[in-house]
Write a new protein. Structure first.
Length: 172
């Protein structure tokens, strides 16, 4: 089974039955990938949604960067739990944005995490960008469900999104 990351766009999230248009899909091959980048994103939509079914070689966290920016332009916070233990964290100035937990190679075979990231008003040049994510993973009796959100401190339209595990590669 291959990890799949896809990006969808919507012109209107507020209708009762919103429509989504798939604008890109990435399937990681047998050699894995250090990151996945969606680039040349059109500014003709209102919001972006990235849906992922993921697994990493060694790192259990997923990180995002926008427009290739690697400076301390990101703030984020999260709440998560495994059914018994709550956890929370924050960063006011980071070089990337924490977007969720992911399964790793040593977890149960063929167990993947699932993530949905929303990038709100990504093309609006009058405001900073807000991102939210819902994420869950199962490690055969363990696992995690979390809510993650953050800010990319830029008014530039988002034209590329890079998702990467904390270290190592995305696994096939």
């Amino acid at each position: 089974m291959n990890p799949i990351l896809g990006i969808l766009a919507s012109s209107n999230f507020q209708r009762a039955n919103p429509s989504y248009e798939s604008i890109a899909t990435v399937t990681v091959g047998v050699l894995g990938a250090a990151d996945v980048t969606f680039s040349s994103i059109s500014s003709s939509y209102t919001h972006l949604q990235i849906r992922g079914i993921t697994r990493s070689a060694t790192a259990g966290t997923m990180w995002a960067r926008f427009n290739g920016v690697t400076t301390s332009s990101y703030s984020w916070h999260y709440v998560e739990g495994d059914g018994a233990n709550p956890n929370a964290g924050t960063s006011a100035s980071d070089t990337r944005m924490f977007m969720g937990r992911i399964n790793i190679a040593s977890d149960t075979a063929n167990a993947f995490s699932a993530s949905v990231l929303d990038v709100l008003d990504y093309a609006n040049t009058n405001k900073t960008k807000v991102i939210r994510s819902l994420d869950g993973n199962d490690t055969n009796g363990g696992g995690n469900v979390g809510l993650y959100s953050g800010m990319y401190n830029s008014t530039n339209a988002i034209t590329s999104v890079t998702l990467a595990p904390q270290s190592g590669n995305w696994n096939q």
